[in-house]
Design a protein around this ligand. Structure first.
Ligand code: ZN
Length: 341
């Protein structure tokens, strides 16, 4: 940013040299104040956001399993119970299914508005835009990134390149590896999904360190696969520990940027649904454990929302508030979430 502003400062200085020589002290002081403001502005910290969605981890599991990296992040900020699924029995009630949850996070609305009711993603209602799109339209030159173990997150939910999303462009995209059976041969134990999560994480780490997209979304899937396969079990808990290790790598990249560049990063980690209480193998329904999720952040919340009614739909307004993006009125009046900043 400074590089862009420097020539401007020099130019202003050269044309306004006169006040230094022959004018009143007031003019002199106001000129100094002007330079000071300009220089402060040019050194302002750039704000960046990293959202990590890890699949299908109930609140009780994130509390029970050792996740030192998420714990470290939450010590700086917060980790609390949240919910998915809209209002139980009400018009916003939404299935506790993966793509439904992702889209509630992305659009800040429930399924009755965004119209994604299952993983088929048949007819998303793009009139409820994602925060990626709101950001793109507010700040066309800034950069967006997606790092995902599921291709549909970009092509269908974000709707990259579609007329209905105003041809949303994503600058950094690393996904679709689940379709590449040569690099990631499918095995019956779904180890290839674990390997894809690892690869997606490496791409996120590299891109954050080198390019620092303004908003990044990372999606990791392996935990849900182990949940479906083994239910509440050592295998599932191990997959949660493994996820935490990957989160730690990405957080290191964030800390590298903060230390070496003038950047201020918000990291949000959350999940799309819980699991059934009986076995832990299933989800989709409206039981307490399927609806009960969590959100972890590396910044202190600025109001009581984090402790009181926190929901996956709160991510959208919180990201916009942190990045200081004005949400268009027509979008804002449809949001179901509340900013925790
Ligand atoms: Zn899921």
């Amino acid at each position: 940013m400074f590089h862009n502003v420097l020539p401007f400062i020099l130019k202003i200085k050269s044309i306004s040299f006169e006040p230094f020589n022959n004018s009143s002290p007031m003019k002199y002081i106001s000129t100094l104040v002007f330079y000071f403001c300009l220089i402060s502005f040019s050194f302002a910290q750039q704000k960046k956001v990293l959202v990590i969605l890890v699949d299908g981890i109930p609140y009780d599991v994130i509390k029970k399993v050792k996740t030192p990296n998420i714990t470290k992040i939450a010590q700086k900020g917060a980790l609390d119970k949240a919910y998915v699924g809209g209002e139980k029995g009400g018009k916003t009630e939404s299935p506790t299914i993966s793509a439904v949850g992702y889209n509630s996070m992305l659009t800040g609305t429930w399924a009755n508005k965004h119209n994604v009711w299952g993983n088929g993603i048949e007819a998303p209602n793009y009139n409820y835009p994602t925060f990626f799109r709101v950001f793109r339209e507010a700040k066309p030159n800034l950069k967006l990134g997606i790092f995902s173990t599921w291709l549909d997150n970009r092509t269908k939910l974000l709707g990259e390149g579609l007329v209905a999303t105003n041809n949303l462009h994503i600058d950094y995209k690393f996904d679709g590896y689940e379709k590449d059976t040569v690099a990631f041969p499918h095995d019956k134990n779904a180890l290839y999904i674990k390997n894809i999560d690892e690869h997606v994480t490496s791409m996120a780490v590299e891109t954050i360190r080198e390019n620092a997209p303004d908003i990044s979304w990372v999606y990791l899937e392996y935990t849900d696969d182990m949940g479906h396969r083994f239910g509440d079990s050592p295998e599932f808990y191990q997959s949660v520990e493994n996820m935490d290790r990957l989160v730690g790598k990405m957080y290191e990249a964030v800390q590298y940027r903060e230390k070496n560049f003038k950047e201020d990063w918000l990291v949000i980690i959350t999940t799309d649904h819980g699991r059934d209480a009986q076995t832990g193998k299933n989800h989709g329904g409206q039981s307490d454990r399927e609806r009960e999720t969590w959100i972890a952040i590396n910044k202190k919340p600025k109001n009581t929302r984090f402790k009181n009614g926190l929901a996956i739909v709160d991510v959208f307004p919180s990201v916009c508030k942190f990045l200081n993006i004005g949400i268009p009125k027509s979008v804002k009046e449809n949001l179901e979430g509340v900013s925790f900043f």
